[in-house]
Design a protein around this ligand. Structure first.
Ligand SMILES: [Zn+2]
Length: 121
């Protein structure tokens, strides 16, 4: 009777505990593992996207127009040359840059277009 009780006690106290233990471990670790995989995939994808975008910019700069500095409007207040983009934005190039460079690629301040400006007419 005592042994039987002891056996039951041992079985009931050990059994479920062990079962929980076994059940918990793989479920928990697989969740963590899955989350980690998704996270690392997103990170990898983002890094890949950024790298690819940087490469595209380098390889084929989307130059919309080639103009001369004369075509641009001088802004006395900003000490910069301005040129209207077709999107309604503006290409702005500082006076210093026009003095240092023979030609320069200027990005629109609103869209992704850019123009190549030749300083010498
Ligand atoms: Zn634009």
């Amino acid at each position: 009777m005592l042994l039987e009780q002891a056996g039951i006690i041992t079985r009931t106290s050990r059994g479920p505990a062990a079962a929980v233990e076994v059940e918990r471990a793989p479920r928990g670790s697989s969740k963590v593992d899955q989350a980690w995989k998704i996270l690392s995939n997103q990170e990898t994808k983002r890094a890949y996207d950024l790298q690819r975008r940087a490469q595209e910019l380098k390889q084929s700069w989307p130059v919309d127009a080639h103009i001369c500095l004369d075509d641009m409007d001088w802004d006395d207040g900003e000490q910069a040359y301005r040129y209207g983009c077709r999107c309604g934005g503006e290409f702005v190039i500082g006076k210093e840059e026009t003095e240092e460079e023979e030609e320069s690629v200027v990005c629109c301040d609103t869209c992704s277009l850019s123009i190549e400006v030749k300083m010498a007419a």
